[in-house]
Design a protein around this ligand. Structure first.
Ligand code: PMP
Length: 407
C-alpha cells in the first residue's frame, strides 16, 4: 500500500534531521512530468541534443575495452585523467592557473556543496547567499544546521552594498558568517549575471571581512551572447572555492562534478568525500573522460547554446506578448532560467494547483528562499521544452493568472 504512513521514528532522529521537510519542488515534479503538462518547472538539460548513438558506442567501449578500470573502484579525489581534463575545461571559462592536484571530483555539483558545508559549517553558523538562491544549496545548508541570510540582487546580480550590510548585520547579531555562497553567472533561479565591475567589489568586500567565497558555476559555459564574465576564481586564487559540474554541459545522469579548492584544504575535502561515498563512480568518470578526449564536446557546447538561445527567445517573446500587465521578468543572457515577478495580489504557491489543472507547471518562488519569501515570484525553465511548447505553456499560465486577477 502506498500513501502517507505514520512516522514512528520521529523521536529517534538526529537533531539535524528534525527540521527537514520535503522540498515542495521535488513533490511537484511528479505531476509536472505528465506528458500533457507543459513543464516550465524543471532544470533539465535537453539531452536529446546529444549524439546518443555515438555516446552509446563510447559507453559500450568503456565497459568492453576498459572494464578493468572503469568497473573497478576509483580513488577518493577522482582519476588523474579526469582531473587533467577538468583543468582543460576550466581554461574555457578563463581559469588558467588550476592544477589537477587541487581538483576534487564529486558526485555532481551537489556533493561539492555538501562537502564544503561539512568542511566549514558548525550548527548555528551563518551562510550568506543571494536571494533567491539554488534550492539544493538551501537543503545542504539546512542539513548542516546553518542559517542562511539572503542578500538582494538586481539585474546586475548581487548588490555589493547589500552584501556589506548583511555582513555587518550578522556581526551585530553576534554571529559569524563563514562564507558567501554565490552563483554569479546565469544565476539559478534568477537568471541574472554579476557584472564585471561588481565582481571585483564583491571579492574585495569578502576579503576585507574574512569571508570565504563558494562560487557555484554550473552555467558559465552556456552563454548566449559572447562569453560570460571571468569567474571569481579566475580573479582570486585564495579564499575562493570554485564548484562546477558536467550536468548542464554533458549529462546529469552521470553525476560528475568538481571542486577547485585552495591547495591546503584539498586533502580534507578528499577525506570527507571518502567518508561520504568512498570514491566517485569510476564508470561515470571514465565516461566523462572519454567524452572529453574522443568526442567533439566544444561543438556540442555550441549546439546547446544555440538551442537554449532559441528557446530563451521563444519564452521571452511569449512573456512579452501574453503576460498580464504588472508582471515583470529577468532577461537572461545564458543558463536555463527566467525569474518572474507577478502582479500585486497573486500568490504563485496558492495558484499552483490551478496551473496544473490548466496543464502548465512552474516552480513557486518560495522554494528558493530560506525564509518563506518569494510568494509573488516563479522560476520558469526554458531548456527542456521546444519553442512552440514554451509559448503554449505561457499562454496557459497567463490564462490562469488573468482568472486569478479577476477573482
Ligand atoms: N548548483 C546549481 C546552481 C545548480 O543549479 C545545480 C543543478 N540544478 C547544482 C549545483 C547541482 O548540480 P548536479 O546536478 O551536478 O548535482
Amino acid at each position: 500500500m502506498t500513501g502517507t504512513t505514520q512516522d514512528d521514528y520521529t523521536d529517534r532522529y538526529a537533531r539535524r534531521v528534525r527540521g527537514m521537510t520535503t522540498s515542495e519542488i521535488r513533490a511537484l515534479f511528479a505531476t509536472a512530468s505528465r506528458p500533457e503538462v507543459v513543464s516550465l518547472a524543471g532544470g533539465s538539460p535537453y539531452i536529446a541534443a546529444l549524439p546518443l548513438d555515438a555516446v552509446g558506442q563510447m559507453l559500450g567501449d568503456l565497459a568492453s575495452q576498459h572494464g578493468a578500470t572503469s568497473l573497478q573502484y576509483s580513488i577518493g579525489q577522482g582519476t588523474v585523467e579526469l582531473r587533467e581534463r577538468i583543468c582543460e575545461v576550466m581554461t574555457l571559462s578563463g581559469i588558467h592557473n588550476a592544477s589537477p592536484d587541487d581538483v576534487v571530483v564529486t558526485v555532481g555539483g551537489q556533493q561539492a556543496l555538501d562537502l564544503l558545508a561539512r568542511l566549514f559549517l558548525d550548527p548555528g553558523d551563518v551562510v550568506l547567499a543571494e536571494g533567491p538562491t539554488y534550492v539544493g544549496a538551501l537543503g545542504v545548508f539546512q542539513a548542516a544546521q546553518a542559517q542562511v541570510r539572503h542578500v538582494a540582487m538586481d539585474a546586475d546580480g548581487l548588490i555589493p552594498e547589500a552584501l556589506e550590510e548583511a555582513i555587518e548585520a550578522t556581526a551585530r547579531a553576534g554571529r559569524k558568517a563563514k562564507f558567501l555562497y554565490t552563483i554569479p553567472t546565469f544565476q539559478n533561479p534568477a537568471g541574472v549575471t554579476l557584472s564585471e565591475e561588481r565582481r571585483e567589489r564583491v571579492l574585495d568586500i569578502c576579503e576585507r571581512a574574512g569571508l570565504l567565497v563558494v562560487e557555484d558555476d554550473p552555467y558559465g559555459m552556456l552563454a548566449f551572447e559572447g562569453e560570460a564574465p571571468l569567474p571569481l576564481r579566475a580573479r582570486r586564487r585564495e579564499g575562493v572555492f570554485y564548484c562546477s559540474t558536467f550536468s548542464k554541459t554533458f549529462a546529469p545522469g552521470l553525476r560528475v562534478g568538481w571542486i577547485l579548492a585552495p591547495h591546503a584544504v584539498r586533502e580534507k575535502l578528499v577525506m570527507m568525500s571518502e567518508a561520504n561515498v568512498l570514491c566517485p563512480s569510476a564508470f561515470a568518470q571514465g565516461a566523462v573522460t572519454q567524452y572529453l578526449s574522443t568526442m567533439p564536446w566544444r561543438e556540442q557546447l555550441k549546439v546547446y547554446r544555440e538551442i537554449y538561445r532559441e528557446r530563451r527567445d521563444a519564452l521571452l517573446g511569449a512573456l512579452d506578448d501574453l503576460m498580464p500587465a504588472g508582471t515583470t521578468w529577468t532577461r537572461p543572457t545564458g543558463g536555463l532560467f527566467v525569474w518572474a515577478t507577478l502582479p500585486e495580489g497573486l500568490d504563485s504557491k496558492a495558484m499552483m494547483p490551478r496551473a496544473i489543472a490548466a496543464r502548465v507547471a512552474y516552480v513557486p518562488g518560495t522554494g528558493f528562499y530560506a525564509d518563506g519569501t518569494g510568494r509573488n515570484n516563479m522560476r520558469l525553465n526554458f531548456s527542456f521544452s521546444a519553442p512552440d511548447r514554451l509559448r503554449e505553456g505561457i499562454r496557459r499560465l497567463s490564462g490562469v493568472m488573468e482568472q486569478e486577477l479577476a477573482m
